[in-house]
Design a protein around this ligand. Structure first.
Ligand SMILES: C[S@@+](CC[C@H](N)C(=O)[O-])C[C@H]1O[C@@H](n2cnc3c(N)ncnc32)[C@H](O)[C@@H]1O
Length: 267
């Protein structure tokens, strides 16, 4: 039997308190693909940054629960005097929740994104919410790499899928190498299935979910085309192989909704 890393037992806030974590009401409504537009790859530019919180809330099933689970798991793994990274931090939602969830722990929070427009939004949000931990927001491109060191937690929520496959293993290795023992990586990803029947069914159900959230056929099809070359999902097994090859010892799926999954991996 494997020796599992010890779980921390010194959380002072009760886990139930995390139930009170709420996402801020989105400010701008997502109309990005609402009118006929020239075919172009999806970009996290100013147009998207302005409405991102609404877009992600309406496009990602259980987005709020993903954030809550991330904050909850964070408390199991974050260690004092370490760094906590959120790669692809977008508008800072995860950092804001982590700040509250890991309250007594002495850590630096570091948000990294390659979109200055997203970082500007994150800066506004985090300034308004008066974080208790020291934090930095850095412009960094995961395709080129950036330093990661003394990390007890790294989160990549719906971000690894945007990293070109050529660079994924190097990035995940850099993350693992920059981690302390028993540090954790939490990822949420869109995934594909080996079997085309399940792919079709799951994607159909996913588009139904978007329709229920007010997206039109035009919005759904234009966004699908825009994401085609940019968001490249792996199969679950490919994600596990990637994590193992990068040095993670333990890994488990803790969330699944059709073509979305959450995985926690521990060094
Ligand atoms: C779907 S969003 C992530 C959502 C966010 N983590 C959340 O929980 O709300 C993907 C983010 O990854 C960033 N991103 C995409 N490619 C990147 C890269 N090569 N390096 C760094 N960030 C990248 C995008 O700018 C975007 O903010």
């Amino acid at each position: 039997m494997k020796n599992h890393p010890p779980l921390s037992t010194d959380n002072v806030t009760k886990l139930e308190d995390l139930q009170t974590i709420r996402l801020d009401a989105p400010v701008g409504a997502d109309k990005v693909f609402d009118s006929d537009r020239p075919a172009d790859d999806f970009k996290f530019n100013n147009e998207v940054a302005k409405v991102f919180d609404d877009m992600v809330n309406r496009s990602v099933p259980f987005y709020g629960e993903m954030q809550r689970m991330t904050a909850e798991l964070a408390r199991d793994f974050v260690q004092d005097h370490t760094n906590v990274y959120d790669i692809g931090c977008s508008t800072g939602t995860t950092i804001e929740l982590l700040d509250r969830a890991i309250e007594p722990k002495k850590v630096n929070l570091i948000g990294i994104d390659n979109s200055q427009e997203m970082l500007d939004k994150a800066a506004q949000k985090l300034k308004a919410s008066k974080l208790t931990h020291p934090y930095t927001l850095s412009l960094g491109d995961a395709h080129k790499g950036f330093p990661i060191h003394n990390a007890s937690l790294v989160t990549m929520i719906l971000t690894l899928q945007f990293i070109r496959p050529l660079h994924r293993e190097r990035l995940v290795k850099d993350i693992c190498n920059g981690m302390v023992d028993n540090g954790a990586l939490i990822i949420f990803e869109k995934v594909t299935s080996r079997d085309s029947m399940f792919n079709r069914l799951f994607i159909d159900h996913y588009y139904d979910y978007k329709r229920r959230n007010g997206y039109s056929e035009m919005e759904i099809s234009q966004k699908r085309e825009a994401l085609e070359n940019v968001l490249i999902p792996y199969r679950m097994e490919e994600n596990f192989d990637l994590l193992k090859a990068s040095g993670f010892k333990y890994m488990e799926v803790f969330f699944r909704w059709y073509n979305f999954c959450g995985i926690v991996a521990v060094k």
